[in-house]
Design a protein around this ligand. Structure first.
Ligand SMILES: NC(=O)c1ccc[n+]([C@@H]2O[C@H](COP(=O)([O-])OP(=O)(O)OC[C@H]3O[C@@H](n4cnc5c(N)ncnc54)[C@H](OP(=O)(O)O)[C@@H]3O)[C@@H](O)[C@H]2O)c1
Length: 296
């Protein structure tokens, strides 16, 4: 079984590569820039701009994968809001190129998506709940999902996830847990929102689920996140507790006060029943994953 990964320099891509390599699986890692992942030998890596259809076709026809795990995206939600054309080109058009090429070689195709497809009024979302995106980024992910959902080719899965955290090498952006530890350590006054609720996802658990879904050629939509939903304020408190850091500098604030370009759903979180039953997904508790993360 040969797996091709897009976005292998990203947080999730790095974790997928690490697990595949550790288990001696066959894979080709691809990402936009040079290989920045020390876990990935250069001989297993090809630079690939997924928004270039010729490059996409060439790499997929040459490697002829059995499965493609498509993690690459423009993931900065506020950047997407002010750069909607680039967001559409990379998150939607390029997904169509990859999906088409995967069909040509008969490969299973998994596309990463987000809890932001929902409006956040309800929380604890099931795969069957109706999307109602609030931002350019969220719309791009819904559009990409629809390419798969509306296709006659059914050998695909959509893997939706929620704020992913973990360590990686030379990542283009940090994640909330690493940021929280650093910000708490600085002792500066911190205003943290208490009106957005999420189920933070340990990147290693998500990578495990992506590989399992690809290897089993599972089809349809899967919700994959951490097991517990809580506010961002509580997340920062829990990080502080886990690292033995002081919380005196923490203040509660509201989303409105942040003045962010993109609107966020207030409450997400997933019902994980389908993943429990179908792929035996058993995510680690937030506290246990923090212990692993900060013991490195
Ligand atoms: N992180 C989260 O909290 C979160 C939450 C929900 C959903 N997701 C989804 O999960 C997936 C993985 O997220 P992540 O956190 O691992 O993302 P990430 O760390 O931001 O990495 C994304 C990768 O996409 C690559 N990329 C961007 N434009 C590209 C292009 N034109 N051609 C090829 N590669 C390109 C970048 O490659 P280079 O580094 O080589 O430039 C980057 O490493 C994404 O689809 C994201 O939308 C993430």
């Amino acid at each position: 079984m040969k797996i091709l990964i897009t976005g292998s320099n990203g947080l999730l891509g790095q974790k997928i590569v690490r697990q595949l390599k550790k288990n001696n699986k066959f894979f080709l890692a691809t990402s936009l820039g040079e290989n920045r992942n020390p876990d990935c030998p250069n001989s297993f890596y090809r630079s690939l701009d997924i928004s270039n259809q010729d490059q996409v076709n060439k790499v997929i026809m040459d490697y002829h994968p059995d499965a493609v795990i498509h993690t690459a995206a423009i993931t900065n939600v506020d950047y997407c809001e002010t750069n909607p054309d680039l967001c559409h080109e990379v998150n939607v058009t390029a997904t169509a190129y990859l999906f088409e090429a995967a069909q040509q070689v008969g490969a299973h195709f998994s596309a990463l998506s987000t809890d932001f497809v929902f409006d956040g009024k309800k929380g604890n979302y099931k795969e069957s709940d109706q999307p109602n995106p609030l931002s350019v980024y969220a719309n791009s992910k819904v559009d990409a999902e629809r390419i798969l959902i509306n296709s006659a080719y059914k050998n695909w899965s959509i893997i939706r996830t929620i704020i992913v955290f973990g360590e990686g090498n030379n990542l283009s952006r940090s994640n909330i847990v690493l940021w929280a530890k650093e910000a708490l350590s600085s002792g500066k006054e911190l205003n943290i929102i208490d009106d957005q609720f999420r189920a933070p996802t340990w990147a290693d658990d998500l990578a495990w689920a992506c590989i399992k879904i690809a290897e089993l050629h599972k089809t349809g939509v899967y919700h994959i996140s951490g097991p517990e939903t809580f506010s961002i304020y509580e997340l920062v408190l829990r990080v502080a507790k886990s690292c033995g850091l002081d919380t005196k500098s923490l203040n509660k604030t509201t989303s409105e006060s942040l003045n962010q370009a993109a609107k966020r759903p207030p409450k997400t979180g997933f019902d994980l029943s389908k993943a429990y039953v179908e792929i035996d997904y058993r995510p680690m508790s937030f506290e246990d994953s923090l212990k692993l993360l900060f013991s490195v």
